[in-house]
Ligand binder design. Structure first.
Ligand SMILES: NC(=O)c1ccc[n+]([C@@H]2O[C@H](COP(=O)([O-])OP(=O)(O)OC[C@H]3O[C@@H](n4cnc5c(N)ncnc54)[C@H](OP(=O)(O)O)[C@@H]3O)[C@@H](O)[C@H]2O)c1
Length: 355
C-alpha cells in the first residue's frame, strides 16, 4: 500500500519533492498540497508544475490540510511554524522536513517537549534533514568516521556563490545579502539567529554522535561588502552592501576546536582575497589517524551540457530527495524524533527504476 503524502510548501525544494512524488515514487500517493500565496490557492497541482491537471488542488487552508488522512507531510516552507508542525504530528501525520530539526536533542527544551508531546499524542515521528544541514553535515561524516582510529578535528567547509540561486527571498530577505554589513551578526535578525541555531545544532550532532564531549559551540560571522553593483534576478545588490558572509561554528573541548562548520557564501561572486579557498561545493576533512578528505559537488550532469539554472537546481533536488527518500523509514520509526544518527542509512529505492 502506498504512503499517503502531503506536500507543504511549493518553493524551490517543494516542487522537487512534489515532482518526484508524482513521477518517481509509485509507493507514494499525493493527497494534498499546502501553499502560502493566494495566486496558487485552488490551482491544480499539475498546473502548478506546468503540466496537465492531476485532480489535487493546492490550498492555503491549513485546517483543510489537517483534516486530510495522510501518513506523512513533506514540510518545506521558508519559515517553520511549530504550532502547525505540532498539529500535524498530533493528528497522526509523520513529518519530514528540510526546514528545521536537525538535532532535536539540543533544541530549546520547551519546543522539544511540545514536539515530543505531539508525537506521543499522534503516534508519529518527525525528521529534519537535507543536503547541508543534512546528509553532508551528518550522514557523510559519520559514515567516514567508521574508518577512523583517532579523530583530532572534523571540518566541513561549504563554498557557494548564490548569484544564480533564484530564491532571492532566501538570499536577500532571509540571509540579508544586500543589507548593510553591520546588520549581519549571529543574532541580528530573526532568520540569521535561526540559521545560526541550525548550524550550531549540526556541530552538536556530530560531536554528540562521536562522543566528542565538547563544552560549547561558538559562532562567528564576517560580512564583506561588494565593490560593485550586481544585478541578481530582480534585485540590485549595491556596492557597499553585504556580498559575502563567512560563518564559523566551532565545537570546543578544553579550549580546543574539535568540530567545525565553515560556510563561505557570496552573492555577486566577489570572492574575498583573505578567505580560505576550498573548491566550490563541500569539503569534508577529518584530521586524525588516518586523515581523510572528500569533496562533494552536485551538478545536473557530469557528462552532458547543462545550463547554470539546471546545475543550481541539482542542489535543490539533492536536498529534496534526502527527505523524500526518508518517508518510509520515518513512517515506520518509533514515535518521537528520527534523526540521521538514529534512522537507517537513507538510500534511493527507485533511482535505478526503469522509466
Ligand atoms: N537542509 C538543507 O540542506 C536545505 C537546503 C535548501 C533549503 N532548505 C530549507 O528548505 C526550506 C524551503 O527552501 P526553498 O529553497 O524551497 O525556499 P523557497 O523557494 O523560498 O520557497 C519558500 C516556500 O515557503 C512558502 N512561504 C511563503 N510565505 C511563507 C511564510 N510566510 N511562511 C512560511 N513559508 C512561506 C512558499 O509558499 P508557496 O508554496 O505559496 O510558494 C514556498 O513554498 C527552507 O526552510 C530552507 O531554509 C534546507
Amino acid at each position: 500500500m502506498a504512503y499517503r503524502v502531503i506536500q507543504w510548501g511549493t518553493g524551490a525544494v517543494g516542487v522537487e519533492t512534489l515532482a518526484a512524488t508524482l513521477d518517481d515514487r509509485p509507493d507514494l500517493e499525493l493527497v494534498g498540497v499546502r501553499v502560502y500565496s493566494d495566486a496558487k490557492n485552488g490551482v491544480d497541482v499539475g498546473e502548478l508544475l506546468g503540466r496537465a491537471p492531476i485532480g489535487v488542488r493546492a490550498t492555503t487552508d491549513v485546517q483543510a490540510i489537517l483534516d486530510l488522512q495522510a501518513d506523512c507531510v513533506v514540510y518545506t516552507p521558508r519559515v517553520t511554524n511549530l504550532d502547525d508542525v505540532c498539529a500535524l504530528l498530533a493528528g497522526g501525520k509523520n513529518v519530514v522536513t528540510t526546514a528545521f530539526l536537525f538535532h532535536p536533542q539540543r533544541m530549546p527544551e520547551h519546543d522539544r517537549d511540545r514536539l515530543l508531546a505531539a508525537c506521543a499524542a499522534g503516534g508519529t515521528s518527525v525528521h529534519g534533514s537535507g543536503l547541508n544541514p543534512g546528509n553532508l553535515s551528518g550522514a557523510l561524516p559519520l559514515a567516514l568516521s567508521g574508518m577512523s582510529r583517532r579523530i583530532d578535528k572534523i571540518t566541513l567547509q561549504e563554498r557557494a556563490d548564490w548569484s544564480d540561486y533564484d530564491s532571492t527571498h532566501i538570499t536577500f530577505d532571509n540571509m540579508s545579502f544586500g543589507r548593510p554589513v553591520n546588520e549581519i551578526g549571529v543574532g541580528t535578525t530573526e532568520f540569521l539567529a535561526f540559521n545560526n541555531e541550525l548550524f550550531t545544532e549540526q556541530v552538536w550532532l556530530l560531536a554528540d554522535a562521536l562522543g566528542a564531549d565538547i563544552d560549547e559551540v561558538t559562532s562567528s560571522v564576517e560580512a564583506v561588502a561588494a565593490r560593485h553593483d550586481h544585478q541578481i534576478f530582480d534585485h540590485v545588490l549595491e556596492a557597499g552592501t553585504t556580498a559575502g558572509q563567512r560563518w564559523n561554528w566551532v565545537g570546543v573541548r578544553d579550549g580546543e576546536p574539535l568540530v567545525e562548520i565553515e560556510t563561505l557564501w557570496t552573492v555577486g561572486n566577489e570572492y574575498p582575497d583573505h578567505w580560505p579557498r576550498p573548491k566550490h561545493g563541500w569539503t569534508l576533512t577529518i584530521e586524525g589517524d588516518p586523515s581523510m578528505q572528500t569533496h562533494f559537488f552536485a551538478l545536473a550532469s557530469f557528462t552532458r551540457e547543462a545550463t547554470m539554472a539546471e546545475h543550481v537546481r541539482a542542489a535543490n533536488v539533492a536536498t529534496a530527495m534526502q527527505v523524500l527518500n526518508a518517508v518510509p523509514a520515518v513512517c515506520e520509526a518509533e514515535p518521537g524524533f528520527a534523526t540521521l544518527a538514529t534512522l537507517p542509512l537513507i538510500r534511493s529505492h527507485t533511482g535505478f527504476r526503469r522509466r
